[in-house]
Design a protein around this ligand. Sequence first.
Ligand code: HMG
Length: 432
Amino acid sequence: MSATISGFSKLSKSEKIDWIVRHYLSNSKSAKQTITQYFNADQKLQQLHDEFIENTITNYYLPLGVAPNFVINNKTYAIPMAIEESSVVAAASNAAKFWMQRGGFKAKVLSTTKIGQVHFVFTGNFEDLKQYFNTIKSKLITDTKPITANMEKRGGGIIDIELRDKTEDLEHYYQLHATFETLDAMGANFINSCLEQFAKTFKTEADKYLSAPIEIVMSILSNYVPNCLVRAEVSCKVEDLKDKTISGIAFAEKFVRAVNIAEIEPYRAVTHNKGIMNGIDAVVLATGNDFRAVEAGVHAYAVKNGKYSSLTHAKIEEGVFTFWIEIPLALGTVGGLTGLHPLVKVALDILGKPSAKELMQIVAVAGLAQNFAALRSLTTTGIQEGHMKMHLMNILNQFNATHEEKEEIIQHFKTHTVTHSAVVSEIEKLRQ
Ligand code: HMG
């Protein structure tokens, strides 16, 4: 089953559903029912969601959970998390509770500037280009005034524009490399509008000053934001890390070793960082931010020294265990989805309507907490024990377990290890 179509975007929502069901879904009756059962009864709310993207056919649900007990810079938060993977919210909550009893998390925004570039080609003399840039630079900024006026009133705007010669890497390739402060907005639209105006002014005026033309290739923000940086950390005396099964020093040493492995071994670093992103993406998504931009920027940062490495670090010094993360995060608490999606508003309200800087700290802490919980499990019980305990309900749902079956099996696995096959065998036993 397959088909192509011209004018799909012009069809009504119900026509789009009928077309996709007819051409791509063999069990058309139940497929259509599955699609339509996710419609919201509130027409206005449904329309809002339909209009977030294009060619919408239904809503795609993700659960929104909350991880309580996060003490960050002595303030207590419950952190909203939107994610499909079991055990992530439990792990974050577990780490929050653990560190709440040991002084909580400390977080600090180190810098907040963002980058945008106008990429262009110029075949003439570089000295002439440099002179032209210095002459035109102030006009580049004044021509954007209609775009920047409000941002400037709030204290943000364009910080600087540089001319960068990239011809060693690519023939005739130059950039206008601009830095921006966008305060509580993620700033993508603001930055892109400024860049497009720079490009227009830069090209138009060039004819008056240069013998060779300027060919603009593109104008776009960068999602690599190494100067929009936040650091979060936890620390405590090594002996305070002890629990029922392991001494403080044995745990701390094993934990630091696990982090060291992720620092030098890319195969491990990717999984280690994936665990961090479990926490980061979930909060980024819940607060209506762009998790693809965050992912791209964070992973680029993980390879900043030329080799993919851990985003977190740990040490034991003078009997004190310290565990920290430093990551670039371009986030917004105004603009974009933040004012549109009702659940994003709720998520931001749960966090006490944070500024972008505060949200950067919260998100970094969620990543650090997630990594702490995963490494704590990995270096002690192994990951499967806790993860499978949380995953049990998914397996039971896969087998359409009844309420009674669930109760009985959950009781059984309080004293037995959860594995997929063990659960299946318990279900079969019950159903015989
Ligand atoms: P536990 O010690 O069995 O939990 O941990 P507990 O039953 O003793 O409860 C202690 C606290 O944990 C609770 O306190 C909660 O805060 C939390 P309370 O609420 O009772 O005051 N907690 C829960 N919160 C919500 N719902 C629950 C729940 N259960 C406990 N049902 C736990 C169990 C799963 C938390 C622990 O084993 C853990 O942290 N495991 C790590 C799980 C993890 O990292 N999951 C991520 C997915 S795996 C992955 O993708 C990443 C990975 O590959 C990354 C890497 O390799 O680095 C691992």
